[in-house]
Ligand binder design. Structure first.
Ligand SMILES: O=C(CO)[C@H](O)[C@H](O)COP(=O)(O)O
Ligand SMILES: [Fe+2]
Length: 220
């Protein structure tokens, strides 16, 4: 059976108490860290110095989601500071394969993210180059938005390509994931679930357990 992962997004955490906020999600698989540059998306969060401190204090490995322009220039630095996975946007790189190879060389899992308007081709054929694919289920930039059900056909295309080639690439969804939507994404083939407001909007460990249970009911 497919292994499933719940990655809480600290975008919905209290940014002046990050260490304490990390301790509240001790049962998570990875910590999802949203890096925004106010250029690729109309919002600004943090950069390498803050992510480096999160890496230093977090007992859980980091899943860095780069919503930044010029990923070719900046993404390797996040791998170098020790992030477990570094996901860059397909729309922000000149050469996704070269960048993924560079990230893997440094020792990170390489991820590629697709905005809602980005078609799955040509990435379906490049799947062996990546350790994870992130199908965005909201427009990147903000937490608390509604899950885009119409992204499920795109997710299914990746799930089919993964199954056809027997790959162990993780299929991640991010945006609007809650106990009501996680099963829909799991059904369509997602195995890695990012949730910000759903986790920090309640008691995080309870919310993680509820999300895990809901995803497991729809496991492939
Ligand atoms: O990448 C992101 C936004 O661009 C966040 O990871 C995502 O939105 C999490 O927030 P929520 O679960 O509240 O939708
Ligand atoms: Fe994210």
């Amino acid at each position: 059976m497919t292994e499933q992962r719940i990655n809480p997004s600290i975008l919905s955490a209290d940014f002046v108490n990050l260490q304490a906020e990390l301790e509240r999600i001790a049962t998570a698989d990875l910590v999802h860290v949203d890096v925004m540059d106010n250029h690729f998306v109309p919002n600004l969060t943090m950069g390498p110095p803050v992510v480096e401190r999160i890496q230093a204090v977090s007992p859980i490995p980091l899943d860095v989601h780069l919503m930044i322009s010029d990923a070719d220039r900046w993404a390797p630095g996040y791998a170098e500071l020790g992030a477990s996975s570094v996901t860059f946007h397909a729309e922000a790189t000149e050469d996704p394969v070269a960048l993924a190879r560079r990230l893997r060389e440094i020792g990170a899992r390489a991820g590629i993210a697709l905005k809602p308007g980005t078609e799955p081709e040509p990435y379906l054929e490049l799947l062996p180059e990546f350790d994870q694919v992130l199908v965005m289920t909201v427009e990147p930039g903000f937490g608390g938005q509604s899950f885009m059900h119409d992204m499920m056909p795109k997710l299914r295309r990746f799930a089919e390509a993964k199954a056809a080639d027997g790959l162990d690439v993780w299929l991640q969804v991010d945006g609007g994931i809650s106990v009501d939507t996680i099963g829909i994404a799991a059904e369509a083939g997602a195995d890695t679930f990012v949730a910000g407001s759903a986790v920090y909007g309640g008691v995080p460990e309870d919310r993680i357990a509820e999300l895990r249970a809901a995803a497991a009911r729809h496991r492939h």
